[in-house]
Design a protein around this ligand. Structure first.
Ligand SMILES: [Ca+2]
Length: 251
C-alpha cells in the first residue's frame, strides 16, 4: 500500500466553514445527472477542485453529462482533484428512529494509478468513513485500506447505511459487502464524492449520488415497504425517489 500513502485524499481533509440554515432531520439531497446540470448547478452541492498549483487552479476534471450520466476525466493530470461536497454542521447525523443512507452508482473505467475517485462520509461527532475506488476494487482507507473487490468496468450500485455513525453496512449491487466502523477524524460533518485524490488520475461515470437521513422502519414488513417507496430496489423509480425524498425533506 505504499504508493497510496504518497497520495492525498483531498476530500477527506477538506476544511471550510459550514452552511447556513439547514433542514431539520430527516433530510435528503440527491444528484441525478438527469437534466444536464452539474452538481454545483443543481445544489446544494458545492464544488472543490484544483491541481498541483493549488485549490481552484486549472479547469479541474473534464466533466460531461450525457444520457443521465456524469463523466469525470482527469487522465490529463494526476494533480487534478474535483469533487462535490455538502456540509451540515450539527445536522448530518440520524436521530433516534432514523438512519443515515448514502447511495451512488458509479463505473470506474480507468484509474492511473490504483485509486482516484472517492466518497467520504464524516459525522457531526467527527467520525469518518471514506472509500477509494480502483477499477476492480474499493478501499476503506481509514480501516487499513480494507479491500472490497468489484467486477471491473461496470456500473455498480452502492448503498451505505448507518444508524449511529459508528458502524456501517455497505451493499454492492444489493449484496452486503462489508460491515465496518467509522474512524476518528478532525473537521466538520461532510459528505463528498467525485475525483477526490491528488496524485492519481481517472475516468469514471456517475449515474447518481444521493444522501440523507430517513426515518427508521420499525418492522421488517414496513422496512421493505419503505425501501420500495424510496425506490430502494432499482433504477426504475428514480424520479419517484427524488420526489419522495423531497417530501421527507420538507415534510
Ligand atoms: Ca485525481
Amino acid at each position: 500500500m505504499k504508493p497510496m500513502a504518497v497520495r492525498v485524499l483531498v476530500g477527506a481533509v477538506l476544511l471550510g466553514t459550514g452552511a447556513g440554515a439547514l433542514d431539520a432531520s430527516p433530510w435528503w439531497v440527491a444528484y441525478e445527472a438527469d437534466d444536464g446540470r452539474l452538481p454545483e448547478e443543481v445544489g446544494p452541492w458545492k464544488r472543490n477542485w484544483g491541481n498541483w498549483q493549488g485549490q481552484y487552479q486549472g479547469p479541474g476534471a473534464y466533466r460531461t453529462i450525457k444520457d443521465g450520466i456524469l463523466t469525470y476525466d482527469s487522465l490529463y493530470d494526476k494533480g487534478v482533484f474535483d469533487f462535490s461536497y455538502i456540509k451540515r454542521p450539527g445536522a448530518m447525523d440520524p436521530g433516534p428512529d432514523e438512519f443515515f443512507l448514502a447511495e451512488w452508482r458509479v463505473n470506474v473505467l480507468r484509474v492511473a494509478d490504483q485509486a482516484d475517485p472517492a466518497i467520504t462520509v464524516a459525522s457531526d461527532e467527527a467520525w469518518v468513513v471514506a472509500f477509494w475506488f480502483a477499477e476492480d476494487r474499493i478501499f476503506s482507507i481509514f480501516e487499513g485500506f480494507q479491500e472490497i473487490p468489484v467486477a471491473p468496468h461496470l456500473m455498480h450500485s452502492y448503498r451505505f447505511v448507518s444508524d449511529d455513525m459508528r458502524r456501517y453496512e455497505l451493499y454492492v449491487d444489493g449484496l452486503l459487502a462489508r460491515v465496518g466502523a467509522f474512524s476518528r477524524r478532525v473537521g466538520p460533518s461532510e459528505v463528498n464524492w467525485g475525483d477526490s485524490t491528488q496524485g492519481a488520475a481517472s475516468l469514471h461515470e456517475w449515474d447518481y449520488f444521493r444522501v440523507g437521513v430517513i426515518p427508521e422502519a420499525r418492522t421488517a414488513a414496513s422496512l421493505i415497504a419503505s425501501f420500495a417507496l424510496m425506490g430502494w430496489r432499482g433504477a426504475g423509480p428514480r424520479r419517484r425517489v427524488a420526489s419522495s425524498a423531497r417530501r421527507f425533506r420538507h415534510g
